[in-house]
Design a protein around this ligand. Structure first.
Ligand code: PGA
Length: 251
């Protein structure tokens, strides 16, 4: 049995007071949840300000991005060492918005992922196909290539994979449970070729318009081990419902 992993990606949302307000409501509301890992990725500016709130709770702090060098003349960048220092346990790498708007290649994602693991950060490593790739039958080849290049030489410990079909992100158009299951079973098969039997213990998250309404169906899929929620994680009540999805449903 894989332990569910439910993560929030706030993207470029919330000031420090807004982040603190969220924690005030959210942390006590999920304090009793003992059968899932929970993580929240606020913007960089809030990390240190809210880190103290996470100490002794069942929720981990995550960053949305990281640079692939430890220190030096890289204006505007933040290293894995700095993220650890600010109180982070996890970092998201390979998010499609980073790939799309900031031209991150598989090689860059790989360097970020490797250096983060070297410094003891857990990594939520994201992959996913565009609508055009899906419609031209390339979904599996795209996912296989992103996995092989992005995870080259990456230590599998504390690594979580997130399948986020780009056409489902922020669009309200969630993948069907059949589409999520099919892609995530494929991802597990690829992980087996990269990591052998360890693939069975990998958490593979689904991301893309996850809501309190569709989380139960997604979590019932055998290869969906969690969720990465964007828009629906911005209010404490909504993210609480996602964390408290109905356990034990079979597809
Ligand atoms: P969304 O974003 O839930 O708003 O679609 C998910 C993500 O990009 O991680």
């Amino acid at each position: 049995m894989r332990r569910p992993f439910i993560a929030a990606n706030w993207k470029m949302n919330k000031t420090i007071p807004e982040a603190l307000d969220f924690m005030h409501a959210f942390l006590p509301s999920v304090a009793g949840v003992q059968d899932a890992d929970i993580a929240i990725a606020p913007p960089f500016t809030s990390l240190f300000a809210i880190a103290e709130r996470f100490v002794g709770t069942n929720v981990s702090l995550a960053a949305q991005n990281v640079f692939y060098e430890e220190k030096g003349a890289f204006t505007g960048e933040v290293s894995p060492v700095m993220l650890k220092d600010a109180g982070c346990d996890f970092v998201i790498t390979g998010h499609s918005e980073r790939r799309q708007y900031f031209h991150e290649t598989d090689e860059i994602v790989n360097r970020k992922t490797k250096l983060s693991r070297k410094h003891g950060l857990g990594v939520i490593f994201c992959i996913g196909e565009t609508l055009a790739e899906r419609e031209s039958g390339k979904t599996f080849s795209v996912l296989a290539a992103q996995l092989a290049a992005g995870l080259k030489g990456v230590d599998p410990a504390n690594l979580v994979v997130a399948y986020e079909p780009i056409w489902a992100i922020g669009t309200g158009k969630t993948a069907t449970t059949a589409q999520a299951q099919e892609a995530q079973a494929f991802i597990r098969k690829e992980l087996r070729s990269l990591y052998g039997d360890a693939a069975d213990s990998f958490r593979i998250l689904y991301g893309g318009s996850v809501t309190p309404e569709n989380i139960d169906g997604l979590m019932a899929c055998p290869d969906v081990d969690g969720a990465l929620a964007g828009g629906a994680s911005l209010t404490a009540g909504s993210f609480e419902k996602i964390v408290k999805f109905t356990r034990g449903i079979t597809p």
